[in-house]
Structures are given as structure tokens and as C-alpha cells.
Design a protein. Structure first.
Length: 211
């Protein structure tokens, strides 16, 4: 069964962040508090996954690792509660397309849309557990005030700044296919974070199924 997913980081005033908080924060906290969430995160932190190019190969030799691969994919897929809230299932008066992403300028937003793939999953596999742990929120979801954006920027810069060799390695682990001039998950988040910090704006990160 096919699907299309999106992960976006959008910029908002503190007033807009406060308006989004009653809807999005409980859903984000519920996904993080799921009984399997901590177990999956700890398992990935202890043992990073093999090269993704071997995951689905019958000769990849990853039979013993398949449980860890499935656990990681579940960890980094859109969280159930945020997904339902963003799609309007929880609250029909709210939809992420209209109430979070509508009206965003290109310089203040990063969005990654893919069929049969999850942007957060590819980003985390590219970064590895130690760098991914520096990112605020939970597996790509967060709602931050302007002050929190400024405070978290140094950690985000450490997570997403590379030596030339490190950049090449991360690009090799990013399994997404990009169109011409499409921004990668290794570039867009840091660009938006720096722009929001400079402009005194907050940020909202959400991942959801579009259909």
C-alpha cells in the first residue's frame, strides 16, 4: 500500500506558537510517552543500523537485524497522535496544511515530501544516534518559542554541521531521492533554524501522512 508523507519545519511568531500549543503539544507528548517509544529509541542508540542499501536485499545478511530495522522505522515514522491531529481526525477544525503551513514563505519553511519514505527516518539514519540526540523535540516533532529556538541553535548546528568527509558519509546514508533544486534533509532544517533565530521567531516541526 502506497503513502505520501511530509515533514516540515515552519516559522511562527510566539503568539502563533501559543495558539498551536493546546492542539499540538499534547499530541507530541503522547507520542513520546508511548510505551514503545523509549524502547525503540534506546535500542537505536545502543546499536546503529547497517547500511540502508542492504535492508531489503535478500542477500544483505541482515536477517538478524531485521527486527532492529523495523523498530527504527516505527520510531521515525509520523507519530500516531500527531498524525491524527495534523490530518484533522482528532479535531476536524484543525488541519496542518491550513493551520500551520498555509502562508509560509520559502525562506521561513523547510518541507520534505516523499512517496513511500519518511524524511525524518532518512535524516536520523544519515546523522546517526549521537547527532540525532542533539535535535530538540521528539523524532522531528517540536513546538518552540523564539527563545527556545535561540537556545537550541548551537545544538542543532553541532548536529547538522559536517567536515567534508562527514558530509559525504551523511549524504551516502540519506536514502531519499531529491528532485532538481530540492533541498535535502541535511540542509533545510539548519537553514530554517538560523533564519528563525535571526528573526526572533519560533518553530513548529511536524511529520504526517498526507495520503
Amino acid at each position: 500500500m502506497g503513502f505520501t508523507s511530509a515533514w516540515a519545519i515552519s516559522s511562527h511568531t510566539d503568539e502563533a506558537v501559543a495558539d498551536l500549543a493546546p492542539r499540538l503539544l499534547p499530541a507530541m507528548r503522547a507520542d513520546r510517552a508511548h510505551p514503545d517509544a523509549g524502547r525503540r529509541w534506546s535500542a537505536w542508540q545502543r546499536e546503529p543500523l547497517p547500511d540502508h542499501r542492504t535492508w531489503f536485499s535478500p542477500d544483505g545478511g541482515n536477517g538478524e537485524a531485521w527486527g532492529a530495522i523495523e523498530s527504527f522505522q516505527a520510531l521515525t515514522a509520523p507519530g500516531h497522535h500527531v498524525d491524527e491531529m495534523c490530518g484533522g481526525s482528532t479535531d476536524p477544525s484543525f488541519c496542518v496544511l491550513d493551520d500551520v503551513w498555509e502562508g509560509q514563505g520559502e525562506d521561513g519553511m523547510f518541507i520534505s515530501v516523499h512517496r513511500k519514505e519518511y524524511a525524518v527516518s532518512s535524516l536520523f539514519h544519515a546523522l546517526g544516534p549521537a547527532r540525532a540526540a542533539l535535535l530538540p523535540g521528539w523524532c522531528g516533532t517540536f513546538l518552540l518559542s523564539a527563545a527556545q529556538v535561540r537556545e537550541s541553535l548551537p545544538r542543532v548546528e553541532r548536529a547538522l554541521t559536517f567536515t567534508p568527509a562527514g558530509r559525504a558519509a551523511a549524504e551516502g546514508r540519506d536514502r531519499l531521492d531529491y528532485g532538481e533544486n530540492e533541498e535535502s534533509v541535511l540542509d533545510g532544517p539548519l537553514r530554517v533554524w538560523r533564519t528563525a533565530a535571526r528573526r526572533g521567531l519560533g518553530l513548529c516541526g511536524v511529520a504526517a501522512h498526507l495520503y
